[in-house]
Design a protein. Structure first.
Length: 127
């Protein structure tokens, strides 16, 4: 992998992380305003939506990068599954230590999943 490809992956991951963080922040505002003081079932639904929405942000970041860089268009769901799994794993690991800590692990593991996806994609294209 050359330095140009590495830099492109770095920028794509950075944009993906930015949008993942922004979508999480938006989820948090909505959750605190509407779900936190709602009935317990709605609160559970709100918590379950955190990784789904954060992964959506990661995916939007990648799609936007591909659009701006005029890269090949990859299927939305093919991208989405990577950060979704990462965010679910990250949230599941940390939730038991305090649910408000999930942001750190979701963003970390979600970013790691994007890095793995991009590296595997480049390696696949080299073969």
């Amino acid at each position: 992998m050359n330095s140009k490809t590495s830099f492109k992956i770095f920028l794509k991951v950075l944009m993906s992380l930015f949008f993942g963080g922004m979508f999480y922040a938006d989820w948090l505002v909505v959750f605190l305003l509407f779900f936190k003081e709602a009935n317990p079932l709605l609160e559970v639904v709100g918590w379950l939506l955190a990784p789904v929405i954060t992964a959506l942000g990661f995916t939007v970041g990648i799609k936007l990068f591909d659009f701006l860089a005029k890269e090949k268009k990859e299927n939305f769901l093919r991208i989405y599954k990577w950060p979704l799994v990462g965010c679910i794993v990250g949230a599941g690991i940390v939730y038991w230590f305090g649910p408000m800590l999930i942001v750190f692990s979701m963003l970390a593991v979600g970013t790691l999943s994007i890095i793995v996806k991009e590296v595997l994609s480049v390696r696949k294209n080299l073969n």
